[in-house]
Design a protein around this ligand. Structure first.
Ligand SMILES: Cc1cc2nc3c(=O)[nH]c(=O)nc-3n(C[C@H](O)[C@H](O)[C@H](O)COP(=O)(O)OP(=O)(O)OC[C@H]3O[C@@H](n4cnc5c(N)ncnc54)[C@H](O)[C@@H]3O)c2cc1C
Length: 576
């Protein structure tokens, strides 16, 4: 089959917030840039971000980026790299103002300044009282962000290749990355995109779990591509379980609800968070709240006929506040839980939400395999820089997207040699060819369901060595079964099913990285809770884990505890 070749200065794989911010920096610097995306960019998962973007603007009370930095370091359970966190928090206010000037319609205070809401684990004066630091466009911040960036890109001349599925990186024998191989979803055409800089911005992989707030497209394709190119993934044991997803659908009920004054209740009507986090209560860090919910349910204090969920109460906020600040949340609760939060509490359960780990990168977004890999960048949720460490704070992901999206775009625009010949690299179409061979086994849907159940059972909120060992054995067996995968529909939807099979292949590899990394880390830190190692162990485990697909190799590298402009924050016990 013919291959159609394209050449650009730079290539961004993914049209979410990170990809669009990066493409904008490249286009505005005069580079010829293409965004290749498996869905139309405005359908990227960023569109569903509700709660907001965090920055110390100080519009509600005096604020300081160093307080934001302290909260982020503590929130990360001291695993975040402090130079990266400093880099992000220091530029946050300016980044939000830049978005405002691009036209992002932020919610306002009466006096016209940007409104900011309280989010979990936000403090003033290094842990003293609750801060209000998250800027929002009602509860549709991601939607507003994505539209703003998309329009700016159209104006700047970015080229869009919508509904093209990136299969694998093109890598020369010397190791330079020179582009990607991709499949056009509409007509199954084979394409090679060549560029001096390739940026992976493929988002998260939350679909590896059965109960997830993530879109169905969040299948870890970028991490899969990196692993197959021989590159490592970092900190893959750290998955955030959001405390408040709707049972069944997994739809997210944003932390903004608790930020606006909502609170959690068990079956006895007790505000149990006061027991787990006496100071911050419902606005403790997400890992702390998610664990508390799981423990209440396990202890038989859950609500509902089976005691299977917790109540989130917000009717006391009044209809006017809910209508103005949380309209999308109300709609979600009514549609997916049949509950109007103006009248009754919303049922919630901890739900897989965010991948703290990812492709290791430096502050410029350059992918690291000890040294930067020539020609390759990664940004957004698929990357690990690491600003979120072992637990991300709400509102810090949208910030991460725009700060590191821009940094990577500017670095690439500065350093790529335009029109220089690229070293030859051969696309390997084997991944596709394998799918065209008739299988004798199970369908993608069936295998994916088995994988998601496996991960939920063996690598959920609570883990231990025995559970993880069994998980690895079951994954090996599942990977064997996947060799015989069968595509059922060879006519109408054939291409869609093929894409799902390719996505499933990436999910399998993400799951493998997660299980192996979780088994490797013998301590409890942030979102990684090992019941057989219940304490944080700074002596042995103040390190980032690394995982390579070849031979399931594991390694580690030190955490950067040294910011540039001040002494680092020394690890403390984490109390909220
Ligand atoms: C429901 C929900 C609410 C959230 N709310 C907030 C919030 O309020 N504040 C906050 O800070 N964070 C929030 N988050 C987290 C945050 O929204 C995400 O981490 C962030 O939007 C990810 O952005 P991204 O640009 O990395 O990827 P995404 O927005 O997920 O975009 C990924 C892009 O990659 C493309 N892609 C993927 N694979 C391929 C492939 N193989 N080939 C071609 N293209 C590909 C997709 O088409 C898409 O365009 C929320 C997350 C969820 C799920």
């Amino acid at each position: 089959m013919d291959v159609i070749r394209h050449r650009f200065d730079a290539l961004v794989v993914g049209g979410g917030g990170a990809g669009l911010r990066c493409a904008l920096a490249l286009a505005e610097a005069g580079r010829r840039v293409a965004v290749v995306s498996k869905v139309m960019p405005l359908r990227s998962h960023t569109v569903s971000a509700q709660g907001g973007i965090t920055a110390a603007l100080g519009n509600m009370e005096p604020d300081d980026w160093r307080w934001h930095m302290f909260d982020t370091v503590k929130g990360s359970d001291y695993l975040g790299d402090q130079d990266a966190i400093e880099f992000m928090c220091r530029q946050a206010a300016q980044a939000v103002i830049e978005l405002e000037q691009m036209g992002l319609p932020f919610s306002r205070r009466e006096d016209g300044r940007i409104y900011q809401r309280a989010f979990g684990a936000q403090s003033v004066r290094f842990g003293e009282g609750q801060a209000h630091r998250t800027c929002a466009a009602a509860d549709r911040t991601g939607h507003a962000l994505l539209h703003t960036l998309y329009q700016r890109n159209l104006r700047a001349g970015t080229r869009f290749f919508d509904e093209y599925f990136a299969l694998d990186l093109l890598r020369s024998t010397q190791g330079e990355v020179t582009g990607i191989a991709a499949l056009s979803i509409a007509d199954a055409g084979r394409h090679e995109f060549h560029a001096a800089a390739t940026v992976l911005a493929t988002g998260g992989a939350g679909r590896v779990f059965r109960h997830s707030t993530n879109a169905h497209i969040n299948t870890g394709d970028g991490p899969g591509m990196a692993l197959r190119a021989g590159l490592p993934l970092q900190d893959m044991e750290f998955w955030q379980f959001h405390p408040t997803g709707l049972p069944g659908s997994g739809s997210l009920i944003s932390e903004a609800v608790r930020g606006e004054g909502g609170y959690l209740l068990n079956a006895a009507g007790e505000r149990f968070m006061l027991r787990y986090a006496p100071h911050a209560a419902d606005l403790a860090s997400r890992d702390v709240v998610a664990r508390a919910l799981a423990m209440e349910i396990l202890a038989g204090r859950g609500c509902g006929s089976q005691g299977e969920y917790i109540h989130l109460r917000l009717d006391h906020l009044g209809e006017a506040v809910i209508r103005e600040r949380l309209p999308g949340i109300r709609e979600l609760a009514m549609r997916f839980a049949n509950v109007d939060p103006v009248q009754a509490p919303v049922p919630v359960v901890p739900t897989a939400h965010y991948m703290m780990g990812g492709i290791p990168v430096n502050l410029h977004g350059q992918v690291l395999d000890r040294d930067p890999v020539p020609g390759l960048y990664a940004i957004g949720e698929c990357a690990c820089v690491s600003v979120h460490g072992a637990n991300r704070l709400g509102g810090n992901s949208l910030l991460d997207l725009v700060i590191f999206g821009r940094a990577a775009g500017e670095h690439a625009a500065r350093t790529i040699a335009v029109d220089a010949p690229l070293p030859p690299a051969q696309a390997d179409w084997e991944l596709l060819a394998r799918l065209d061979r008739p299988g004798t086994g199970e369908t993608v849907a069936c295998l994916r369901d088995a994988l998601q159940r496996l991960m939920q059972r063996h690598c959920g909120v609570f883990r231990d060595g025995v559970l993880l060992d069994e998980g690895v054995r079951e994954l090996d067996a599942l990977s064997q079964r996947a060799q015989q995968l069968v595509l059922t529909d060879r006519s109408r939807a054939f291409n869609v099913e093929r894409i799902e099979a390719l996505e499933f292949g990436n999910l399998l590899q993400v799951a493998r990285a997660t299980l192996f990394s979780a088994r490797f880390r013998c301590e409890s830190r942030g979102a990684h809770t090992r019941e057989d190692y219940p304490q944080r162990d700074d002596t042995s485990w103040m390190v980032h884990s690394l995982y390579w697909l070849q031979d399931d190799r594991l390694g580690s590298k030190p955490v950067n505890l040294q910011p540039e402009s001040m002494p680092g924050f020394v690890p403390q016990p984490r109390i909220y």
